[in-house]
Design a protein around this ligand. Sequence first.
Ligand code: SF4
Length: 187
Amino acid sequence: MTPADSMAQIAAEVSRCAACPLARSRTHPVPGEGAVPARLMVIGEGPGRQEDEAGRPFVGAAGQLLDRMLQAIHLDRSQVFIANVVKCRPPQNRTPTDEEIEACAPFLARQIALVDPDVILVLGATAAKALLGARTRITQVRGQWQAWGERAVMPTYHPAYLLRDPRQKVVVWEDLRQVADRLGIPL
Ligand code: SF4
């Protein structure tokens, strides 16, 4: 991060970026949005169809569930920063490749530096691997505090997965309780 770095600068660079093949499949880049700085940063996998159309992260059904997850710990999206590991939609919502994630990683690192969060909430297997290493298994690290540099990371399931398997909401609630506790939010 340079002293002059800003989210607007990053968004402008993302909009021009052609560093990976996803540049060709996007309708709109989705750099991320929210508060800067923020005590909580939420990181997902990548834009889906509705996000690609809107140019905003987590606006579809999974996004509405994310909003409810945040409300459960007395936060709304205006108080957090929400981003994805890749800023452009993969075709047919496929999982982004390691090369695409690596190409986009400098944008995410700059965003984390700007947001300066106390806690990073990582949603799903792809984001967990991107931040915590390729060998990371979300089923093994979910609910256990991890670290990205000096920063506390809580991996949990992606809301899109919760829509497919609502029984997992119980364990995600426990993960969110840990995040609230770390942030000093009484529930
Ligand atoms: Fe650039 Fe990231 Fe979009 Fe790839 S996904 S084109 S690296 S902004």
